[in-house]
Design a protein around this ligand. Structure first.
Ligand code: ADP
Ligand code: MG
Length: 294
């Protein structure tokens, strides 16, 4: 027998490196008319590197001590920022102490007890919660360069700043343009990262609609707002923080290589071959199959 069009499209999507989990998803992909992209790991490669280690003077910590504390707290986390911090500590041959009572808040950061003190590593805005950032100038400078500035606190007191940077995917601009052409609207960028870094990267790929500093539930709200306006939204993300938006969207696609288990399980489809360009390919495959079905 010849394969039904949707099944054959699923096999085809597989050959292009996208695992579409159901025929319903394969069919739904062709209906999307708005795209929301996550930044870290989706528009960027998802393997950020540590660029800056700066202890605050008052902390009396050395660079090595600051990095060692941060790496200990980040060690249990699967977040790409955490991996960057841990790898940098390893590259400097630091011994990473064992952290106890680890806790993480998606979109915010991590906390853990290290050497008897409570260490937090995360978003300056969220950790400081309205208080003045003692490293404001450095934070702004890093962010304007497109880096993510991460604050480290010790028992609630800021002790240093780490800078982390990720590269845009080679195909980020061309894929954005292709999705724009396919849906008739420019993709929206949804990110938990800071607005300065997000806008800098968005400008490089031609995205103008940037929603930054979002918690996971705020990503959901942004998607629902688009859907209330009559859009069928395709969300592309990779993190634990993207899972609720992937679930809420008309169709959710997870980037597989650096993707968290939760994102891969929640999404309707998974990009196994780590290329953003596969997204518009599967939308096209779906549209072609739908024409044959109807
Ligand atoms: P994105 O939407 O760009 O993938 P996330 O929601 O995962 O970003 O993270 C948003 C922000 O929360 C980060 O830019 C960082 O400031 C902070 N954050 C989240 N997890 C961590 C972590 N493990 N270590 C440090 N900072 C973190
Ligand atoms: Mg991400």
């Amino acid at each position: 027998a010849t394969m039904p069009p949707l099944l054959s499209a699923m096999a085809n999507a597989g050959r292009h490196g996208v695992l579409v989990k159901s025929a319903v998803t394969m069919e739904g992909l062709g209906q999307v008319d708005a795209v929301a992209l996550d930044k870290t790991g989706t528009l960027t490669e998802g393997t950020p590197r540590l660029t800056t280690v700066l202890p605050l003077n008052a902390s009396k910590l050395s660079e090595q001590e600051l990095l060692r504390l941060a790496a200990a707290a980040e060690h249990p986390s699967e977040h790409p920022l955490a991996r960057a911090v841990v790898e940098a500590a390893r590259a400097r041959d630091l011994t990473i102490p064992v952290a106890l009572d680890f806790d993480s808040a998606p979109g915010t950061g991590v906390t853990a007890s290290v050497d008897g003190a409570r260490v937090a590593v995360g978003s300056p805005a969220r950790l400081l919660d309205g208080e003045d950032n003692p490293a404001a100038e450095l934070t702004v400078g890093l962010e304007e360069d497109g880096h993510t500035a991460v604050l480290v606190t010790l028992d609630g007191t800021p002790v240093g700043v780490l800078g982390v940077a990720d590269r845009l995917r080679n195909e980020a601009a061309s894929s954005t343009a292709a999705l724009c052409e396919l849906t008739g609207t420019s993709p929206v960028l949804l990110t938990g990262d800071n607005a300065r870094a997000a806008e800098r990267l968005a400008a490089e790929v031609g995205i103008t609609d940037v929603r930054a500093g979002l918690l996971p539930q705020e990503k959901v709200s942004a998607v629902k707002e688009l859907e209330r306006a009559g859009r069928k939204v395709l969300v592309v993300g990779d993190g634990v923080n993207d899972a609720p938006a992937l679930a809420a969207a008309h169709t959710g696609i997870a980037m597989g290589r650096a993707g968290s288990d939760l994102a891969l399980e929640t999404a309707d489809a998974v990009v196994v071959r780590d290329e953003l360009a596969t997204i518009h390919t599967v939308v096209r495959l779906s549209r072609r199959a739908r024409r044959l079905v109807v």
